[in-house]
Design a protein around this ligand. Structure first.
Ligand code: COA
Length: 334
């Protein structure tokens, strides 16, 4: 696509709640064991927010740190987009709450629901705002308090998820400089029932029966989701790489959605990208839904692996089904 202005990603930060829930602790809560969880998923522990902690609470320190790293003030932001499935409230949008807490006085703000693809979907919106010239600087967030949506009596789902928040600053740059080169997204709503929260929306408002059947919590057919994830994650990144005539050698870092080690490894293999180039944080964070990619980007940045000019492929798959991939060159350039 011909753009006169490229959306460049110039800073990242993340925040995890302090409390850690290990596989051993889960053994005391449901009929599971560390060996099963580790071998089936690669997850050893996850962070869980203290009761009453909201998504905007987790996002605020990440956002403040991110602005510092980008060397901009909150009132220089034109917009805030939050990809989340566990907003503080139905109304107002969590973005509005964060905008106020952050004192981002000039920024518009909204939330976006796209489950595990929420961060890439938010990034795609920010890129369009910036490429069209309608915004100069946007804070793009991915954050979830999954512990508010997970049924800790359901061993098939409660072992997978954790809480966390991450964000990036996206700003206008020159058309031939670094930034978001291309992205794609896809959707297959026929898979909706395989990964969903049946009740609490307009289709099935909360009532006593809903609560007694625990339909306010996340439900998943793990095997169906797993099969689609393995296929779609690889296809989404592969299609983008083919469109851009890239091979695995052209990618410095693959930052995939962190759902399961057994989904990430075949994805990297199919793309011809060695595991030494893959950023993984699921062992210590589990699946933090909207936060997995910015948290993994933050890890890469903190380890000194995400430097100016780094060629990065992001890819995600999740509830919807929904998926996306994004190829970007990191930083402001010289
Ligand atoms: N501890 C111990 N045993 C468990 C268990 C747990 N926490 N959860 C399920 N089991 C049991 C099952 O009941 C089943 O028992 P059975 O054979 O007696 O019926 C057995 O383990 C095997 O279950 P299965 O579903 O075949 O395991 P799996 O290899 O498919 O792994 C997941 C399960 C959930 C880890 C895997 O399907 C997965 O990762 N799916 C994708 C999930 C995901 O990423 N979702 C987020 C959106 S991207």
């Amino acid at each position: 696509m011909l753009v006169t202005c490229r959306a460049r990603v110039v800073a990242v930060a993340g925040h995890l709640p302090e409390r850690v829930l290990t596989n051993a602790m889960l053994e005391d809560m449901v009929d599971t064991c560390d060996e099963w969880i580790t071998s089936r998923t690669g997850i050893r522990e996850r962070h869980i927010a203290a009761p009453g902690t909201s998504v905007s609470d987790l996002l605020l320190p990440a956002a403040q740190r991110c602005l510092e790293r980008a060397e901009i003030e909150a009132d220089q932001l034109d917009g805030i987009i939050v990809g989340t499935i566990t907003p503080d409230h139905v109304i107002p949008a969590t973005g509005n709450v964060l905008q106020h807490k952050l004192k981002a006085s000039r920024a518009w703000a909204f939330d976006l629901i796209n489950a595990c693809n929420g961060f890439i979907a938010a990034l795609s919106c920010a890129a369009s705002w910036i490429e069209s010239g309608r915004a100069q600087r946007i804070l793009v967030c991915g954050a979830d308090v999954m512990s508010s949506l997970v049924d800790y009596q359901d061993r098939e789902t409660c072992i997978l998820f954790g809480d966390g928040a991450g964000c990036v600053v996206v700003e206008a740059g020159t058309a031939d400089g670094p930034g978001i080169i291309d992205l794609l997204m896809g959707s297959d709503g026929s898979g909706a029932a395989n990964l969903c929260v049946p009740a609490s929306g307009s289709a099935e408002p909360i009532n006593g029966e809903v609560l007694s059947q625990r339909r306010q919590f996340l439900h998943q057919d793990g095997q169906v989701v797993f099969k689609h994830a393995v296929r779609r994650m690889a296809e989404a990144a592969d299609e983008l790489m083919q469109r851009l005539h890239l091979t695995g050698d052209d990618i410095d870092l693959l930052v995939p959605h962190q759902a399961n080690r057994r989904i990430i490894e075949p994805t990297a293999r199919r793309l011809g990208i060695g595991m030494d180039k893959v950023i993984m944080n699921l062992e210590l964070c589990g699946n933090t839904t909207g936060a997995t990619i910015p948290l993994a980007l933050n890890d890469a940045w903190q380890e000194g692996r995400l430097t100016d000019g780094c060629r990065v492929m992001l890819v995600a798959f999740g509830g919807g089904f929904a998926w996306g991939s994004c190829y970007l060159v990191w930083g402001r350039g010289t």
